[in-house]
Design a protein around this ligand. Structure first.
Ligand SMILES: [Zn+2]
Length: 168
C-alpha cells in the first residue's frame, strides 16, 4: 500500500473563456392547456384535467381546468364532447423559461494521459480508465469514482484535481 496522492494538473494551454458564460437562454417549458366551461362539465373531466377554479354566478358556473397529462390527449377528449351539451373556451399557453446560463467562466482540460498505480494490484493505467461503481445495501448507497479497471478495488488511487483558482 502506498499513501501517495496524485495531483493532476490543468493543461494550461487548454484554458479559455467560455463563450456561452452568463448568456440568457430561453427554454420551452411545459405548455399548458386551459379549458373554461360555462355551465355543466363532463363527469369524467378529471380524468384529463385538474380543476383549478370554479366560480358560481347567479345563472351559471364557470369551471377552469388545466390539462394534467398530454395536451393532445386532452384536445382529443374535448373534441369528442357533445357540443350541444357543453360550452367551453380553450387557451393554450406556451411557457418560455428564461434564465442566465451559469456555466463555468472558463473551460479547460486536465493533463492527459496521466498514469496512476493501483494501491492493491499495482497495475499502472491512465486515470481516465478508472471506473465508477455504486452499490446499495439495506437502502444505503455508496459509490466510488476511483475503481481499478484491473482488480475492481474501490478508491484504488488518491487523486486530487488541480483547482482553476490556483492557476489563474
Ligand atoms: Zn487494482
Amino acid at each position: 500500500m502506498t499513501d501517495s496522492k496524485y495531483l493532476i494538473r490543468i493543461d494550461r494551454s487548454t484554458i479559455r473563456r467560455n463563450p456561452d458564460y452568463s448568456k440568457p437562454i430561453n427554454i420551452q417549458g411545459r405548455s399548458e392547456l386551459i379549458v373554461t366551461f360555462y355551465g355543466d362539465i363532463p363527469e369524467d373531466l378529471e380524468s384529463k384535467f385538474i380543476i383549478i377554479s370554479s366560480e358560481h354566478s347567479w345563472d351559471t358556473t364557470v369551471i377552469t381546468a388545466i390539462a394534467s397529462g398530454d395536451i393532445n390527449d386532452a384536445i382529443d377528449y374535448l373534441n369528442k364532447l357533445d357540443p350541444y351539451k357543453f360550452a367551453f373556451d380553450l387557451t393554450k399557453k406556451n411557457n418560455i423559461i428564461t434564465f442566465d446560463y451559469c456555466g463555468s467562466e472558463f473551460l479547460y482540460l486536465y493533463e492527459h494521459p496521466f498514469f496512476v498505480t493501483c494501491k492493491r494490484c499495482k497495475s499502472s493505467f491512465d486515470y481516465k480508465r478508472l471506473k465508477s461503481d455504486i452499490t446499495e445495501l439495506c437502502g444505503y448507497y455508496a459509490s466510488s469514482d476511483m475503481v481499478c479497471p484491473v482488480c475492481s478495488m474501490w478508491n484504488c488511487v488518491d487523486i486530487e484535481f488541480e483547482k482553476l483558482d490556483s492557476v489563474l
